[in-house]
Write a new protein. Structure first.
Lengths: 113, 108
């Protein structure tokens, strides 16, 4: 199993541009999570899906952020328009039930200049 | 409001020392507590604790949960430089709620 796959690994963009982060969860996992990590705030949950349905998006900072999961093998996190304060590492994680823990992808390091 | 508090925030020790990392929580809908190690990239899973008082062990690392005190500890014995990392405590409440982590530095 290739694990949770995120792309791109690094993204540098200018303020105001649209950014799309991608995630492929582990096959068979039915829950998917998007986290953001910064030095100041640590790891924060943005949104999570169960069986492709968004369950809790209360962590999404504002309307500039949106996430979709069109099928069980793909999810996107979009920021439009991006701002410098969005600079962070964005992690995707997936799980199946809670018996086996959560597996994280390698993250996307986003820099907005 | 849910909280997960880790202490200390950072720790510097010499190789061979034993360290104890602390995690306390106040979370609704508690299912389990997890420990992760984060080096340069993604957090990697160490332990999942669901029952109070049962120690989980993996090599030089061990962890235990106290549901009465709403806390957990992670012990590392005979530390090595490769143990240098951020150690994250998280509570599973149908999603993972993380503490801010303890940064451990092991000096040769």
């Amino acid at each position: 199993d290739a694990g949770v796959i995120q792309s791109p690994r690094h993204e540098v963009t200018e303020m105001g541009q649209e950014v799309t982060l991608r995630c492929k969860p582990i096959s068979g996992h039915n829950s998917l999570f998007w986290y953001r990590q910064t030095m100041m705030r640590g790891l924060e949950l943005l949104i999570y899906f169960n069986n492709n349905v968004p369950i809790d998006d209360s962590g999404m900072p504002e309307d500039r952020f949106s996430a979709k999961m069109p099928n069980a093998s793909f999810s996107t996190l979009k920021i439009q328009p991006s701002e410098p304060r969005d600079s962070a590492v964005y992690f995707c994680a997936s799980s199946f039930g809670n018996s086996y823990g959560y597996t994280f992808g390698s993250g996307t390091r986003l820099t907005v200049v | 409001e849910d909280k997960v508090v880790q202490s200390p925030l950072s720790l510097v020790v010499h190789e061979g020392d034993t360290v104890t990392l602390n995690c306390s929580y106040e979370v609704t809908n508690f299912r389990s507590l997890l420990w992760y190690k984060q080096e340069k990239k993604a957090p990697t899973f160490l332990f999942m604790l669901t029952s109070s008082g049962i120690e989980k062990k993996s090599g030089r690392l061990s962890s235990i949960l106290d549901k009465k005190e709403l806390s957990s500890i992670l012990n590392i014995t005979a530390t090595q430089t490769g143990d240098s990392a951020i150690y994250l405590c998280a509570v599973d409440r149908n999603n993972l709620f993380f503490g801010t982590g303890t940064r451990l530095t092991v000096i040769p």
